[in-house]
Every structure is written in C-alpha cells, then in structure tokens.
Design a protein around this ligand. Structure first.
Ligand SMILES: *Cc1c(COP(=O)(O)O)cnc(C)c1O
Length: 380
C-alpha cells in the first residue's frame, strides 16, 4: 500500500446487490496445482472442457482469418454464423443471438428482462450463473431441489412455478449432476411456466445427451409453443472451443433478439471465434467423434468408480458428479496434490461431492486410481 495516501475505499459505492453476491468459482488454478504437485502436466477435470484436439476445419478457418488481418472490428451482427446456425436448425437468422459464450447470453437475458424484486426460478444443485446474474439485477432467486435420487421433483417444480416467476432457467442436462430430464418432465416445466414468463432452456451439454432417444431436443419441444422461450447452446463443450467464447441462442421471436441486441456490447463475439464456430458447425464428424468417445469414457469410468463403492450420478454429459463419502474439499486437495484438478462442490447438502469432467482414457485412469485410493483411505 502507498504509505502517503490513505487507503481509498470504494466499498460505499458498490450496489448492495453486488456487494452481497457469491463469486463465481472457476475451480483451482491449474498453475497452482502444477506447483503444488510438482507435475509438469496437470490433469484438468474442473471445467467440463473437451480433452480432444480441435477440428482441422476449425484450425484452417482461424488460420485463414488471422492471415486476413485482425485490425478491423468483428462483424457486429455475426451474420455468417447466425445464418449457418439458422440454416442448420431451420430457424430464421433473426431469431438467433450470439454471445461471448452462452454465459454472456444468460447475462443479457437478465439485463433485458429483470426488474428488482422479480422472481427467477432455477435448479439446485445448479449452475451458479443462473443465480448470480439475476441477483445482479436485484431479482429474487428460488431454487428447486432435486429428489434424493437426483431426479426431477415434479411437485417442487409445480409449486415454484406457481409463485409466478418472470424468468425460468432450466439446464437440460443439468450441471453439476449430469442428469437429464425426459420429454414428459420437460413438458411439465413448460406447461407450469406462466405464459407471461420467459423460459430459458440451457442446453450447454445437449450434444452429449442427444444420442439417448429419451433426451428431448429442447428446440423441437418449444418450437411450436406460443409463449416466450429461448434455447441456449454453446461451442465451449462438445465442440471443444471454450477458449474462443462463443455460444448462441434460438428464441421464440425476433423481438427478444432485438432486446438482447440493445443491451449487449456491439462487438461481443470476436472474429476468430465467429470463424471457428462456422467451421465447427460444418464438421459433423468431429462432433460425432467427440460425443461417441465421451460417452464410452463416461460409461467406463462410472462403472469403475461404482465398482470401487462410490456413488456416481448417471450422467448424460461429459462430467460426473461423485459422492466421495467425506468432505470433498479435502478430497479435492489430495487430488490437487496428485496433479488432478476437480471441482469440490459447495452447495448445501452436496459438500461431499466433486464434479469431474472426463478426459482421455489414460488421464481418466489416473483419476480413477487416485480418487479410489483417497476415498479408500478415508473409510473407517
Ligand atoms: C458451461 C456452461 C455454460 C456456458 O458456457 P459458455 O462457455 O459461456 O458457452 C452455460 N450453462 C451451463 C449449465 C454450463 O455448464
């Protein structure tokens, strides 16, 4: 601190809603885990990213884009990408919104829709930004619990939706549990959501669930609904482009997209990201391979962990929610010492759980071995 100047405090300037907010927890810093473990290469399983190399088509598109120069601002409307998305899903491009990650769209929706005191309904355990962004706007957030078996609690949803939310955030499949809602359950949420409310279906992991015939495609379920809705998807997970920060939404009507356009920064998706996403969207084989390889590892690792006596929630995603049987921050710390980064869950009632995204078979084997050793040691 500068000894001459009194320490300036901006604390009194900060809005009450912001001062009281929980911070988004990105998990342990891989560099710190590397230092702690002395491993040259950490195994990062904390952010649900793809462990696979990007599509060669993406690499080429980005290379060409950079060769063309980066001194100009990106296309503020992202029309090439919005049109490609619209064409692939059979929706007009004016009903497509792009974001700096789909997180960005979550935030824009809150900014455009929420007044202080409005009610937002979402899930618990859940994705923290479904709570943080509404609270920034001064909204109240009601979190609907899951059943003891991590399933859909129909009665709890019915009650929460009957309280008259203005906005509903539903992730399907759900983060952190990895569980998915079936068609009938999704239908119950749609039917229970007031027609005056905006239903936001967050399908960040939808690509992983789609091979399951019981997984309801949210866009198909909502397409014909005469009510406000938006389906959010991302290039960060199955497409493996998390560093580019690009996600998109398909909305019930162009008016919602126009409102989001008013509250976003004009150049929110950078040009290399737009180029990469267009190419990724065209490489069906790369996506299919990622989904297939991920599904095999999810099944294999789930079996092995259950074989070792651990409770693992059935996952329709690229990550597992695992009951470690003891406080998970301790387990996470031991894994970090072994050079493996996972996320210790902190929501009340789930403090014994870690969330771990899967990686390559080799890295997953290291994870399974370390985790089962740590948990066996903790058993009486
Ligand atoms: C990862 C994730 C997102 C968004 O990721 P972006 O990288 O911002 O597109 C959105 N919702 C859920 C539930 C997620 O897990």
């Amino acid at each position: 601190m500068n000894p001459v100047l009194a320490p300036a405090s901006s604390a009194s300037l900060i809005r009450r809603e912001v001062a009281g907010l929980p911070r988004y927890d990105p998990g342990a810093d891989p560099d710190e885990v590397a230092a702690l473990s002395g491993s040259r290469r950490v195994i990062k399983l904390s952010n649900n990213e793809s462990p696979f190399a990007i599509s060669p088509a993406v690499a080429e598109a980005v290379r060409l884009g950079l060769a063309g120069g980066v001194s100009r601002y990106p296309d503020p409307t992202g029309k090439r990408l919005a049109e490609a998305i619209g064409k692939s899903l059979d929706v007009p491009a004016e009903r497509v919104v792009l974001g700096n990650g789909s997180e960005n769209i979550l935030e824009l929706l809150c900014r455009a829709v929420l007044d202080p005191g409005d009610l937002v309904v979402t899930q618990a355990p859940g994705f923290s930004l479904h709570e943080i962004f509404p609270r920034v706007m001064g909204a109240r957030v009601e979190k609907v619990p899951v059943t003891a078996e991590f399933g859909f609690d129909a009665a709890a949803w019915r009650d929460a939706l009957a309280a008259g939310p203005k906005l509903v955030f539903l992730a399907n499949p759900c983060n952190p549990t990895g569980a998915m809602l079936g068609a009938g359950q999704l239908e119950q949420v749609v039917a229970g959501t007031p027609e005056s409310a905006l239903l936001v279906l967050d399908e960040a992991y939808g690509e992983f669930a789609r091979p399951n015939p019981d997984y309801p495609d949210g866009l198909e379920a909502l397409r014909g609904q005469d009510r406000p809705w938006i389906v959010l998807r991302t290039f960060s997970k199955a497409y493996g482009l998390a560093a580019f920060r690009v996600g998109y939404g398909i909305a019930s009507d162009a008016a919602l997209i126009q409102a989001l356009d008013r509250v976003r920064t004009p150049y929110n998706v950078n040009q290399p990201a737009q180029d990469a996403a267009v190419a990724a969207l065209g490489d069906h084989e790369h996506l299919a391979n990622t989904v297939r390889r991920t599904g095999l590892e999810i099944a294999r690792v789930t079996d092995r962990l259950r074989g070792a006596g651990l409770r693992v929630v059935p996952s329709s995603t690229n990550f597992l929610f695992i009951d470690t049987g003891c406080p998970s921050d301790r387990v996470a710390r031991e894994l970090h010492r072994a050079g493996i980064v996972v996320k210790a869950w902190r929501e009340p009632g789930y403090e014994n759980y870690i969330r771990a995204s899967l990686s390559t078979p080799e890295e997953n084997d290291v994870f399974v071995r370390c985790l089962t050793e740590i948990c066996a040691k903790d058993k009486p």
